[in-house]
Write a protein that binds this ligand. Structure first.
Ligand code: ADP
Ligand code: ASP
Ligand code: MG
Length: 426
């Protein structure tokens, strides 16, 4: 008997009827003769609602307590899904991340999975149960505290379970039919990708295409688990994430497309450290302090220092959710580094163009920047990797910029195939 690992996102579990629908799909996989293990997210927007509630009680809640609160969301859905399955005459058992053996480091809010020890899952399977695991959570090896994996983390739970259980593939069920050339909510003409390589999907996810959690793609690549992203609302084949940009093209295959897609991200903020003395070690002091505070930095730009003052400005982007902590951390550093002031801007957006073909086709940046210029979009910062070009723009320009790039690179589909079945996109 094969083992099937599935994941259902919050948008697929929005209410009681949705839960019953998902239960029927899970039971279908069991009826087809498989052992079935399912990772579930919290219902609908309930994680956001819990966060809103926490913010009303405390502007900067203790990270441990926030994790205790947020993991409750997934516990609610795991139990309800198990109940719905039992109502269909099948037996299911639900497990928290900790019970399922999801072992993490001790970083609250963005813990990394270190290991999965699926003993209890295996016993439950052997007893004939369908196994439902609360996604997005684990338990720290060192502190024994409950942790969460970061927003969207149930994808990573699912891939980690698939790896630990030697599944052939991990199925991620969501509210769109697969991975598209852009977010279908912004570009109705987006095209579904039949396949996409791990590297391109990593860049898409890191650039804001939240259809997959970044860590889930890293994990899948490391353990060589293909991910099948598909809709829980349709029976269409989705997108298979597998293979490398360095794999030789199969004999007689068409040339791979140059661009895999356009991603956007509204979740970053920009901090500018104004008037930094232009001398050795200043940038190191600033970024060491931020690293110690566990803050991930994205783009960095340092201006040429003005000759008269010998002072420079350093700007960088980071997740808005880390903005408060970063500003507090830098404020404490002010006297030591001797910079003048700090600026904070949340009204930015990032547009990224991703594709393996960039490596061998010149002129991609020129075309990208021209498309933005023609759409009247001003570029604030630029960064690149081997297969990605990203720009920071005004947040109000994000939709227009994505649509313009999508069209400029001939990604628009002739017939609309990008259906959004549910979810609020929150
Ligand atoms: P779930 O609740 O299933 O985890 P998410 O909201 O986290 O769902 O992810 C699915 C959403 O990702 C889609 O509704 C879509 O708006 C968004 N998305 C962003 N970029 C893409 C893309 N390139 N392809 C598909 N979906 C995308
Ligand atoms: N419920 C969590 C979130 O909303 C985890 C997930 O959905 O994957 O981020
Ligand atoms: Mg998600």
């Amino acid at each position: 008997m094969g083992i099937v690992v599935q994941k259902y996102g919050g948008s697929s579990l929005s209410d009681a009827d949705a839960i019953k629908r998902v239960a029927r799909r899970i039971v279908d996989a069991k009826k087809a003769g498989n052992d079935v293990v399912v990772a579930v997210s919290a219902m609908g927007d309930s994680t956001d609602e819990l966060l809103d509630l926490a913010a009303q009680v405390s502007p900067l809640p203790p990270a441990r307590e926030l994790d205790m609160l947020l993991t409750a969301g997934e516990r609610i859905s795991m139990a309800l899904v198990a109940m719905a399955i039992s109502d269909l005459g099948f037996t299911a058992q639900s497990f928290t991340g900790s019970q399922a053996g999801v072992i993490t480091d001790d970083v609250h809010g963005k813990a990394k999975i270190l290991d999965v020890t699926p003993g209890r899952i295996r016993s439950a399977i052997d007893e004939g149960h369908i196994v439902i695991v609360a996604g997005f959570q684990g338990v720290s090896q060192q502190t024994k505290e409950i942790t969460t994996l970061g927003r969207g983390g149930t994808d990573t739970t699912a891939v980690a379970l698939a790896a630990a259980l030697d599944a052939d593939v991990c199925e991620i069920y969501t509210d769109v039919d697969g991975v598209f050339t852009a977010d279908p909510r912004i570009v109705p003409a987006a095209r579904k990708l039949a396949t996409v390589t791990y590297e391109e999907m990593l860049e898409l996810a890191a650039s804001g295409a939240k259809v997959l959690h970044l860590r889930s793609v890293e994990y899948a690549r490391r353990h060589n688990i293909p991910i099948h992203v598909r809709s829980s609302f349709s029976t269409l084949e989705g997108t298979i994430v597998t293979g490398s940009i360095n794999d030789p093209a199969p004999e007689g295959s068409m040339e791979a497309p140059i661009i895999a897609g356009v991603a956007h991200d509204r979740s970053e903020a920009k901090i500018t450290v104004v008037g930094v003395p232009d001398k050795v070690g200043e940038a190191a002091a600033i970024f060491n302090a931020l690293a110690e505070a566990q803050i991930n930095i994205d783009m960095i730009v340092q201006n040429v220092s003005a000759a008269a003052t010998n002072l420079t400005d350093i700007s960088f982007t980071l997740p808005t959710s880390d903005g408060q902590t970063a500003m507090t951390t830098l404020d404490e550093l002010k006297a030591r580094v001797g910079f003048e002031s700090l600026l904070y801007d949340e009204s930015i957006g990032k547009i990224s163009l991703i594709g393996a073909g960039m490596r061998s086709h010149p002129g991609i940046s020129a075309k990208f920047f021209t498309a933005l210029a023609e759409a009247g979009v001003n570029i604030g910062m630029i960064s690149t990797s081997e297969i990605r070009i990203s720009v920071i723009v005004d947040q109000d320009d994000v939709d227009r910029a994505v649509q313009a790039c999508h069209t400029a690179f001939d990604l628009d589909a002739d017939e609309v195939e990008a259906v959004v079945y549910g979810g609020s996109g929150r």
